[in-house]
Design a protein around this ligand. Structure first.
Ligand SMILES: NC(=O)c1ccc[n+]([C@@H]2O[C@H](COP(=O)([O-])OP(=O)(O)OC[C@H]3O[C@@H](n4cnc5c(N)ncnc54)[C@H](O)[C@@H]3O)[C@@H](O)[C@H]2O)c1
Length: 427
């Protein structure tokens, strides 16, 4: 099938590349000229395991192209995906300006029947808006589908190709058939529903997952008070099939490009309809507390932080990504800065993106340099390499061997036996 993907970011690039790998002819579009120029040279603009190889393979097979010419891409395709960003606007709602722009450009370029598939995470009713915008410019037949995306950065390729489910909201049987054909090679449950339900499924899923993490983070705070171990509590709880062990890892808060904005947008959607969603609101509050917890623990150990050198291990919002959006490291670094601490950080991948958000942060090229003469270290992102550190060397290098493990990632017993002052989140 001939497919155009409008928006070549984390989602659009993965979706476009994977659809090409499934045998479709895909043309990915972006307004970012630099990004498209890189992709046309075969350079992947984001860090995503397995993606560069797949891009190269499909470019060579002549199934994957990149362009800034949206009109040409639309004219040459039958299925048009919208995968542009839907960031958070000031009042908490989803900012739909890129979706509106894309819909308008698609409508203006259309000369024949198309299926428009919305992949962006959008408030309920957005498909109707897309329809209205396109209908202003194109008077022929077209179909709009809602197909929310559930991939996770860091495992995006396999998440797209081997998902738990594919959700498709549709109205026209013709569009359903096209989607059936497109997703035939993907072996997963295809759940067909109405468009509004599909739009809400994405927000409800993300809010549920964020709430699950906030719940275990609150239990971790209680573990600290009562002397229990949240890792064991989570294991015991997660063995119940009704609960399952996923998203029960306590730590210093959730971030990323999706959970924070999607939970906030869901609260806003409900508010617009006169409903207060108390649980997602509470999940957000707990998350703020969880992000602040490492610094709170550090202040308890060190007293005043003014002039103290604090090493941050990891900056990305989670391992295997360079995405810094809403990362816990931002809250932690800002809190440390406010307290007058000197911050030194190391992240294997996210330094460049971190510097864009926090130009004042000092980064080192390797972890030992970061830990040299540090009064304490906070592990913020559980990059695998941090568990393989030579902790004898770490102890020698640090001024005071305090480790606050924000992800319950390191071995407490080993570190305590080595003479570290070790604190984690409910462990
Ligand atoms: N990142 C994730 O893990 C993830 C997972 C599931 C769903 N989503 C959702 O998918 C959507 C996209 O997210 P993302 O992380 O890929 O965003 P992103 O910011 O990485 O990419 C969006 C891209 O769209 C481009 N763009 C904007 N307007 C355009 C236009 N008119 N024409 C062509 N290109 C245009 C931008 O230049 C950018 O490259 C969002 O709604 C997000 O909530 C994201």
């Amino acid at each position: 099938m001939r497919v155009a993907v409008i928006g070549t970011g984390y989602v659009g690039l993965v979706v476009g590349t994977c659809l090409a790998d499934l045998g479709n002819n895909v043309i990915c579009v972006d307004i970012d000229k630099e990004k498209i120029a890189k992709l046309n040279k075969g350079i992947c603009p984001i860090y995503e395991p397995g993606l560069p190889e797949l891009i190269e393979k499909n470019i060579k097979a002549c199934r994957l192209e990149f362009t800034t010419d949206l009109a040409k891409a639309v004219k040459n395709s039958y299925v048009i995906y919208i995968a542009v960003g839907t960031p958070q606007a000031k009042n908490g709602r989803a900012d739909l300006r890129y979706v509106k722009q894309a819909a308008e450009q698609i409508g203006k370029a259309m000369e024949s029947e198309k299926v428009i598939v919305n992949k962006s995470t959008v408030p309920v009713g957005t498909a109707d808006m897309i329809k209205r915008i396109i209908a202003k410019h194109y008077k022929g037949e077209f179909h709009v589908v809602s197909n929310p995306e559930f991939l996770r950065e860091g495992s995006a390729v396999s998440d797209f190709l081997k998902p738990d489910r594919v959700v498709i909201g549709y109205e026209s049987p013709k569009a359903k058939k096209v989607m059936q054909q497109l997703y035939k090679p993907i072996k997963a449950r295809k759940f067909y529903t109405d468009i509004r339900s599909a739009e809400l499924i994405k927000y409800a899923s993300n809010a549920f997952l964020a709430t699950k993490i906030s719940f275990i983070n609150e239990i971790a705070m209680l573990c600290d008070k009562v002397g229990a171990n949240v890792k064991d509590v989570a294991t015991g709880v997660g063995l119940d099939k009704r609960i399952n062990p996923h998203f029960l890892q306590a730590g210093c808060g959730w971030g990323g490009s999706c959970f924070p904005k999607d939970v906030t947008a869901l609260i806003h959607i409900a508010k617009q309809h006169g409903l207060e969603l108390k649980i997602p609101k509470a999940a957000k509050d707990t998350n703020r507390q969880a992000k602040l917890l490492p610094v709170k623990k550090l202040k308890k150990k060190l007293g005043k932080l003014r002039g103290k050198r604090i090493a941050l291990l990891g900056l990305a919002f989670k391992p295997n990504t360079d995405d810094m959006r809403e990362a816990s490291s931002i809250t932690i670094a800002n809190e440390l800065k406010k307290a007058g601490a000197k911050i030194v950080a190391y992240d294997p991948i996210a330094e460049e993106n971190a510097k864009r958000i926090m130009p004042w942060i000092k980064c080192c090229q390797e972890p030992y340099e970061t830990l040299k003469q540090a009064d304490a270290a906070i592990l913020v992102t559980e990059w695998p390499e941090f568990s393989k550190l030579n902790f004898k060397k770490v102890k020698r290098l640090m001024k005071r061997p305090i480790i606050i493990d924000g992800r319950n990632f390191l071995n407490k017993e080993t570190l305590l036996n080595m003479g570290f002052e070790y604190e984690a989140m409910g462990v």
